[in-house]
Design a protein around this ligand. Structure first.
Ligand code: FEO
Length: 397
């Protein structure tokens, strides 16, 4: 893959990972992703902003060679996670006079993760600048997007914000710039990225977003996906995604061994639909866990459905709940439905796993064996209660 031009002396020299199909060994990727690395040639100094995932080192090196760069003075590390920092040791070997420029926290991470030494670094503070001659880099500490050391770098003369993971998207595309026609694809890729990586830190983003909106920005250049020529598109997406508001929506995450729980899910889905509530059921044997995370971000209510297996919830439900709890969702109401043969501790297990939730529990509906008339009546009541709760918080009529 060739390097790509942003402005006459600013280049993207990273790698597109067309074939990556899982991120963090957790979330499926349908479109691949990219690890963007940016080269800035000032009149006196040359800077490289972040590197790439170590498995794509050869792409970065080829791009640096073809860009004709003879030296790198500064390697800016916006974030210590290895998909961006992992090639720093190799770049330091190739350009032994270069220094890693980052904040104190990131420096300590890089020493731990990549075994770098103190003498490899220039440490900067929030708001500090370095000059490349006719270009100036300003560093903006922006912790917890999504690690404690994360920062943004702003190229003042070209008005480019290098935002690292913030505003990133899982998109693999040879075209560097996102156009208006790409917005649906970008929305999906960026929302998938946000839902797994940034959603748990939405309050941190909301509290710090003015650091971005007060800048005069021509391009946002994240570390994953395309460069935004119209930054307001992704900023507006983020404003919606980080909102504390929830929607008149129910996500049902379930598994069913012999069809009893599934019958209850189908019935409840129909009852909620009749009440004009959006319902998104996920059978966990076939679910894209990334899509589940996306749908959960703004659902007012989550219903967990499970058969009981060996006295407990189905293991696929446990896996999904573990991830759901880690996301610290803003779910307002939660309930459980399911079926059992001879007993078990499913309810207690589910409650104990969801310690990050501040949701109100609505009475569960658990059937003995296949659901009967009383169970269906209870599911209708559950749908009524969900509607009443949604009305109470002003999201349903
Ligand atoms: Fe893309 Fe947090 O690394």
């Amino acid at each position: 893959m060739a390097y790509r031009v942003i402005t006459d002396r600013v280049f993207e020299v990273g790698a597109i990972d067309w074939n990556r199909r899982s991120f963090d060994e957790l979330v499926p990727l349908h479109e691949g992703t990219s690890y963007n690395s940016y080269l800035i040639k000032g009149s006196e100094k040359i800077a490289l902003i972040d590197t790439v995932d170590p498995k794509m080192l050869n792409v970065l090196i080829d791009n640096l060679k073809s860009s004709g760069v003879a030296k790198i003075d500064y390697i800016i590390s916006n974030h210590a996670e290895q998909d961006h920092s992992g090639c720093i040791p190799e770049i330091l070997k190739l350009f032994p006079d270069s220094k890693v420029v980052t904040n104190e926290k990131c420096k300590n991470f890089l020493k731990d993760l990549l075994l770098l030494k103190d003498e490899d670094f220039i440490t900067i503070n929030d708001g500090e600048k370095i000059s490349l001659g006719d270009k100036t880099l300003r560093f903006i500490l922006f912790p917890w997007v999504h690690w404690p050391e994360t920062m943004l770098t702003y190229l003042e003369e070209d008005k480019i914000l290098f935002s690292c993971d913030l505003f990133g998207s899982h998109v693999a595309d040879s075209r560097l710039f996102a156009t208006k026609d790409d917005e649906i694809m970008i929305y999906e890729g960026a929302f998938r990225y946000f839902s797994e990586i940034m959603y748990p830190f939405r309050d941190n983003i909301r509290n710090q977003l003015s650091k971005v909106t007060e800048l005069d920005i021509k391009y946002i250049a994240p570390s994953h996906g395309q460069v935004y020529e119209k930054p307001e598109f992704i900023i507006n997406c983020y404003k919606e995604w980080i909102s504390p508001d929830v929607k008149n929506k129910v996500v049902i995450a379930y598994n069913s061994m012999h069809g009893s729980t599934e019958k209850m899910v189908v019935y409840l889905t129909s009852e909620l639909t009749k009440r004009n509530i959006t319902v998104v059921p996920f059978h966990l044997s076939v679910t894209d866990i990334g899509k589940l995370a996306m749908e959960i971000t703004d659902a007012a209510t989550v219903v967990v459905g499970s058969s009981q297996v060996l006295g407990g919830m189905h293991p696929s439900v446990a896996y999904a709940l573990y991830f759901y709890n880690l996301l610290r969702p803003k779910t307002k109401f939660i309930s459980v439905i399911g079926s059992y043969g001879w007993g078990g501790k499913m309810l207690e297990q589910i409650q104990s796993m969801l310690y990050n939730l501040k949701a109100e529990l609505i009475s569960p509906v658990i059937a003995k064996g296949y659901p009967k008339e009383e169970d269906f009546n209870n599911l209708s009541k559950l749908a009524d209660t969900i509607l009443e709760n949604h009305k109470k918080i002003g999201i349903a009529q």
